[in-house]
Design a protein around this ligand. Structure first.
Ligand SMILES: Nc1ncnc2c1ncn2[C@@H]1O[C@H](COP(=O)(O)OP(=O)(O)OP(=O)(O)O)[C@@H](O)[C@H]1O
Length: 298
């Protein structure tokens, strides 16, 4: 039965560095959750604590309300940032070994290795050692390693970094499919266009705290809205006194305004129409990348 992954008040210091500061969020069954943040924001630290390879100073990680002990940990599919494959071992043997380590019988392991190497486009490489593969193919093997034991939750640290566009598509499809079966999937990434396209919800972490959390639409709707108005007869200062609107630029009848959350854009349109014809009136919602910059700079 699919279960929720809960991060509950995690704090972690390394000496004077506060890596995590009372961090809480959850990843729900069937959800693709994008975990984004600047370098050093605390993503890897969080994921390592979830896996139990690092201990928190305080707070807990839970799966289905249960502490993540050794038994629960075996049900997690994990792709560590530093990757974790044995370079001299053959791909097929390594994946089968990992599957058996997670409790599959030999026959089940063989079947799972065949299925996932086929799905991830590396079936011709099962007899090769990991270190003879390109980095992108090693990453596909790493994803196969996270999947062969049919995990109850997927925790992936930068699974998309260094992949070619075809591999990005394969990785995206596999993550979507896993989520569609009810598995909670969390992955970190700096590729925000990809996160925007793929994820149900996104958490932006900064200096160890969750700075923004929600669906992509919620996040983009919560930021400031920009409006571009082309009113050729509008004099300079026509929008200077509109409540909730800040003029960012005014040039040759084109005005770019930033609207505070909750400001009605129709008020701006009425004001523009009072100056003469309005040839263009368009809203521009911030992309996840623009929003990220705002949140991180705050
Ligand atoms: N073993 C360690 N010893 C000391 N400080 C550490 C250690 N591991 C992480 N840190 C510090 O903890 C903070 C969080 O690091 P973390 O690796 O979790 O960030 P991240 O969000 O994964 O970054 P990136 O996007 O660069 O991978 C950083 O300031 C980092 O320098």
């Amino acid at each position: 039965m699919p279960e929720t992954l809960t991060i509950d008040g995690l704090s972690k210091r390394y000496g004077d560095v506060i890596a995590l500061d009372d961090l809480s969020f959850d990843v729900r069954p069937g959800e693709l959750f994008g975990f984004v943040g600047s370098n050093g924001a605390g993503k890897t630290t969080t994921m390592r604590i979830v896996l139990g390879v690092l201990s928190a100073d305080s707070g807990r990680a839970l799966l289905g309300g249960r502490d993540i002990d050794l038994d629960v940990r075996r049900t997690i599919g994990y792709m560590p940032e530093e990757r974790g494959l044995y370079p001299k071992m053959k791909v097929g043997a390594q994946l089968a070994y990992l599957a058996e380590l997670h409790g599959l019988s030999r026959a089940e392991a063989r079947e799972a290795v065949e299925r996932w190497t086929e799905r991830l486009g590396i079936s011709e490489r099962v007899g090769d050692t990991v270190d003879s593969l390109s980095l992108g193919n090693q990453q596909r093997v790493q994803l196969a390693a996270a999947l062969v034991h049919d995990p109850a939750v997927l925790v992936l640290d930068e699974p998309f970094s260094g992949l070619d566009p075809v591999a990005v598509d394969v990785m995206s499809d596999v993550l979507k499919e896993k989520a569609a079966t009810g598995v909670p999937v969390i992955f970190s990434s700096h590729q925000l266009d990809l996160v925007q396209r793929l994820c149900h919800r996104v958490g932006i972490i900064g200096r160890g705290r969750m700075r923004a959390l929600g669906t992509v639409d919620e996040l983009r709707g919560s930021g400031s809205t920009r409006l571009e108005v082309h009113a050729p007869d509008a004099p300079v200062g026509w929008a200077a006194h509109l409540d909730g609107a800040t003029v960012l630029e005014h040039r040759e009848g084109r005005t770019v305004l930033e609207l505070a959350p909750g400001t009605d854009d129709q008020t701006v349109l009425h004001a523009a129409l009072k100056t003469g014809p309005v040839h263009e009136f368009s809203t521009h919602r911030p992309s996840l990348t623009e929003l990220f910059r705002e949140v991180v700079a705050a």
